[in-house]
Design a protein around this ligand. Structure first.
Ligand SMILES: Nc1ncnc2c1ncn2[C@@H]1O[C@H](COP(=O)(O)OP(=O)(O)OP(=O)(O)O)[C@@H](O)[C@H]1O
Ligand SMILES: [Mg+2]
Length: 375
């Protein structure tokens, strides 16, 4: 166990000085953010993104599955073009390449937990434990909303329970990202990785203690995280994303993917006459995604006798103009917010309108860069 925790502690480590680079290799775009701490401010030094589609014989905005060498080459080109160098770099591990689960265990000492968790993890991890890097945290006890177990309610003495979040990443995945970093010629010793949803949360969830759903709508998938009393208490991935809107639109209108993608990004779902079809298609696709999100949320709400108060949308898919109105239908009486990770940073005033528009795209990359600055 210790051999797992060591590299992982290093993987999740922070507290670096100088320029820190966060790299988010999504299925459709690579996004990078360079920050530096100047006094008390965290200053945005540079940022950039590049579409992977054209490198895979597909279109911009389409999800790809490129080999690591091609990804490294594309990343190298992006960093070169943007003139980015950094003292320290952090990379995101896709949520889909990791396994995250919350388990309930008896309240025992740390030593016992150390031996209990790999055994417990075996029930959730479909590959031999020796093939994964494992990390875990004990979740702080909920202050509110806990349903009283029947045994305790009847006065019977029950052993206390704790909730533990277990994260597992396949060693092959870590090797893959190490090789991308090496082949993209990114300097810096060691490898610092983080599962993408943790980066997202750092970038967009404030000090809110009430339950919040964060949905990262990417090209190929939508990543959900439920944050309650300041920590992640549940996560889920939906294998649908914003590219599905473009695919469905290109079919329904008999137009190319590029045209559908352009139309979707330009008109959105604002009720514009030109965008009637976009509205119909996007509403259908998004309600499929949001129905699944709703089920995930309701499961949690019922289990813990609570209600989410806010939905924060990030990822390129959250840039769809008017998206809040559609999400609202599935989450009535809930505040629907578009995440603005760049708001965490000190940015040049002249870039404000551009950054505001791009902001949801960069949640993972900003969160990673902030991780590097953490003391
Ligand atoms: N202005 C816009 N309006 C609507 N959709 C947009 C807009 N800009 C980007 N998108 C969509 O966002 C998606 C890309 O989002 P993002 O960069 O977050 O995905 P990714 O990180 O590459 O994918 P994943 O997280 O699934 O691996 C594309 O499907 C693209 O069409
Ligand atoms: Mg993404």
């Amino acid at each position: 166990m210790a051999s797992f925790l060591d590299p992982i502690t290093k993987l999740f480590g922070g507290g670096h000085k100088g320029a820190i680079l966060g790299i988010d290799i999504g299925s459709s775009f690579i996004k990078v953010v360079l920050v530096e701490k100047v006094g008390e401010k965290v200053v945005l030094k540079n940022y950039g993104e590049i579409a992977l589609g054209p490198r895979a014989g597909a279109s911009a905005g389409q999800a790809t599955n490129l080999p690591p060498e091609k990804i490294a080459e594309t990343l190298h080109d992006l960093l070169k073009e943007a003139g980015i160098t950094a003292q320290h770099t952090l990379l995101a591990i896709p949520f889909s390449a990791s396994l995250l689960t919350v388990v309930e265990l008896p309240e025992v000492g740390k030593k016992e937990l150390d031996s209990m968790i790999p055994i417990e993890a075996r029930r959730y991890i479909p590959v031999p434990i020796s093939e994964v890097s494992l990390d875990w945290w004990i979740l702080p006890k909920r202050k509110a909303g806990e349903k009283v177990p029947a045994a305790a309610a009847s006065g019977e003495k029950v052993l206390g329970k704790i909730e533990v979040i277990i994260a597992a990443i396949h060693n092959e995945v870590i090797s893959k990202y190490e090789s991308i970093k090496r082949n993209a010629q990114i300097p810096g010793e060691g490898s610092h990785f983080e599962i993408e949803i943790f980066s997202t949360l750092r970038a967009v969830v404030g000090r809110d203690l009430s339950p919040v759903l964060v949905a990262d709508i990417g090209a190929g998938s939508t990543k959900l995280a439920l944050v309650d009393e300041g920590v992640v208490r549940g996560s889920h991935v939906i294998s649908m994303g914003s590219q599905d809107i473009s695919i469905a639109l290109s079919r329904s209108q008999a137009i190319s993917f590029e045209k559908a993608e352009e139309l979707k990004c330009r008109v959105g779902v604002t009720g514009d006459a030109e965008g009637r079809d976009v509205f119909v298609v996007a509403e259908l696709l998004l309600s499929n995604i949001m129905n699944e999100a709703k089920r995930f949320v309701e499961n949690y709400e019922n289990k813990y006798n609570t209600k989410i108060t806010k939905v924060i949308l990030v990822g390129g898919g959250a840039r769809l103009k008017g998206i809040e109105k559609i999400v609202e239908k599935n989450f009535p009486n809930t505040s629907i917010v578009i995440g603005d990770p760049f708001a965490r940073l000190d940015t040049p005033a002249f870039l404000a309108p551009t950054l505001k528009e791009l902001s949801p795209d960069f949640a993972v990359a900003v969160g990673l860069a902030l991780k590097g600055l953490e003391e």
